[in-house]
Design a protein around this ligand. Sequence first.
Ligand SMILES: [Fe+2]
Ligand SMILES: [Fe+2]
Length: 194
Amino acid sequence: MAPKKQAGKRGATKGEFLSDIQELRRRARQHINDGAVTAGYGADREKVVAILNEALATEIVCVLRYKRHYFMATGIHANAVADEFQQHATEEQGHADRIAGRITQLGGEPNFNPDGLSSRSHSQYVEGESLVDMIKEDLVAERIAIESYGEIVRFLGDRDITSRRMMEEILAVEEEHADDLRDLLATLDPTQPG
Ligand SMILES: [Fe+2]
Ligand SMILES: [Fe+2]
């Protein structure tokens, strides 16, 4: 269906997609205390902060789980697998830092409170008995993160492009993590489908 013509509306007939530059500058000055958040911010800021805090909790739980697995890895394959756990822990910490940074940019407060951490997190903290168990638990956690981050990306859409891009980049790393774990599992446990 063709859009109705809005005759007489200022700027509408020129096909401009940018707001009036004077108005843009005026708004930028008016709400200077809002920092990076301008009047053009299309999302519900509180909701985005709440969602990002859940992602932050997910990352912190992932750091803790990978650290536990790193120190508990034993057996003949332990070194190679432990190195992978350590690398993932470091990358999850980097994700946590990026998400916390974005939360403060949005004028929110990153929630690092250990109380309720695991219930805020999407993925779980499971210790795992054997090396294979640990890898399986990490793979499950990564798959949960992949699902929920995908949802977050779709929710943000073009309402908060910066947060969406950050979550897309983090999502891509979680997919790499899941891939690494699947490869490790196939090496260590040949009964698993590759
Ligand atoms: Fe992560
Ligand atoms: Fe990950």
